[in-house]
Design a protein around this ligand. Structure first.
Ligand code: FES
Ligand SMILES: [Fe+2]
Length: 352
């Protein structure tokens, strides 16, 4: 895949809110564009191209002065809107139009999202809804960040095909009974740019996560309803819903646990990956939070080397032979189709 496979007109997660402080600039490359984030004088988040318009020094190597960012090369200072407020060597004399490129940026649900494409299309209604993980959601929340040297669609494949749990996560998630994901019926629905899958597996021992919440204590085996949502280009959410097998529920969409995934391509061959997990029972239990974080991180650390090895293999394949799809790839294939369709739209508009 080439850089042209990246979709630009979307909000992408750039950082968690606590990563960007008033004290220091925060650098993040997204879709091959270097961005610097900082908190302006009024407390709002700013996102500028991380290239000083004077001699292209990274502004992120600069310093914060009174809520503005000062380039560490010749001292030019820029506000949150990118406009230059000071050129020290010619104090009092500014240059008309001399500014760093600003990007639309917004804070929501504990994350900072940046829009890399056409600024006039940056609709706040398109920011991913992560309300279930927000500070007022009443859930326990843990999360993590990973830098993975792999194309974002490999990670989308991974999260849409959980049959890999039985093998890659044999000793972590698989060890707690998740191998049952290999069985059961899967419902599959595509609506616009959203894919929803529901996998139902009946009469299974309680998974680690279901058991730990304590919601099903003494209720024996459970029917598992694993709901996955994908929103183009690279947001996913996994909802773990369970019902006691004795109740024979035809469906269950009340999660006891949910995991949100924000995947931000750094380039065609690497991603910034933010995962966030929420649960409803014993939300304030710090030990439980620690345990959920540890187990989830352990599992995701198993995905990382596989994804990076896949990327290396794909890049070095002299024949560039196509990928082959199993039944379990149905959702991943649909996701790639949506991305291809959106890409064609962006390319057509760019060509106009
Ligand atoms: S490169 Fe930034 S002020 Fe010169
Ligand atoms: Fe995995």
């Amino acid at each position: 895949m080439t850089t042209e496979s990246l979709l630009r007109n979307h909000w992408y997660a750039a950082a968690r809110i606590e990563e960007v402080t008033a004290d220091a600039p925060f650098a993040r490359t997204m879709l091959d564009e270097p961005i610097v984030l900082f908190r302006s004088k009024d407390g709002s988040i700013a996102a500028l191209q991380d290239r000083c318009p004077h001699r292209k020094a990274p502004l992120s190597m600069g310093r914060m002065v009174d809520g503005e960012i000062q380039c560490n090369y010749h001292g030019a200072k820029f506000g949150g809107d990118g406009v230059c407020s000071l050129i020290p060597s010619q104090e009092g004399k500014l240059i008309s139009g001399f500014a760093a490129r600003p990007y639309p940026v917004t804070e929501a649900h504990g994350m900072i999202f940046v829009w890399i494409g056409e600024a006039e299309k940056a609709d706040l209604d398109l920011v991913p809804d992560m309300g279930a993980y927000g500070p007022n959601a009443g859930t326990g929340v843990v999360g993590g960040y990973m830098y993975i040297k792999a194309n974002y669609l490999l990670l989308v494949d991974n999260l849409l095909d959980l049959t890999h749990i039985a093998y890659l996560h044999e000793s972590t998630l698989g060890a707690t009974g998740a191998e049952a994901l290999l069985a059961g019926e899967m419902e599959f629905e595509v609506t616009g740019d959203n894919i929803r899958t529901v996998r139902i597996v009946r009469d299974q021992v309680q998974t680690f996560f279901a058991k730990k919440t304590g919601k099903f204590e003494g209720q024996g085996n459970l029917d598992r309803f694993t709901i996955t949502n994908f929103w183009a280009p690279s947001y996913l959410e996994l909802q773990l819903c369970n019902a006691p097998s004795s109740e024979h529920m035809p469906k269950c969409d009340v999660p006891h646990h949910r995991v949100h995934h924000c995947i931000t391509p750094e380039s065609d061959g690497a991603v910034h990956y933010y995962w966030t997990m929420a649960w409803y029972h014993r939300p304030d239990d710090a030990d439980l939070a620690k345990e959920f974080h540890t187990v989830t991180k352990l599992a995701f650390d198993e995905d990382l080397p596989m994804l990076e090895a896949q990327q290396r293999n794909i890049e070095s394949d002299p024949e560039q032979s196509p990928l082959v799809n199993f039944e379990g790839d149905k959702a991943g294939v649909a996701a790639r189709k949506i991305v291809t369709k959106l890409l064609a739209g962006e390319n057509a508009r760019a060509a106009e």
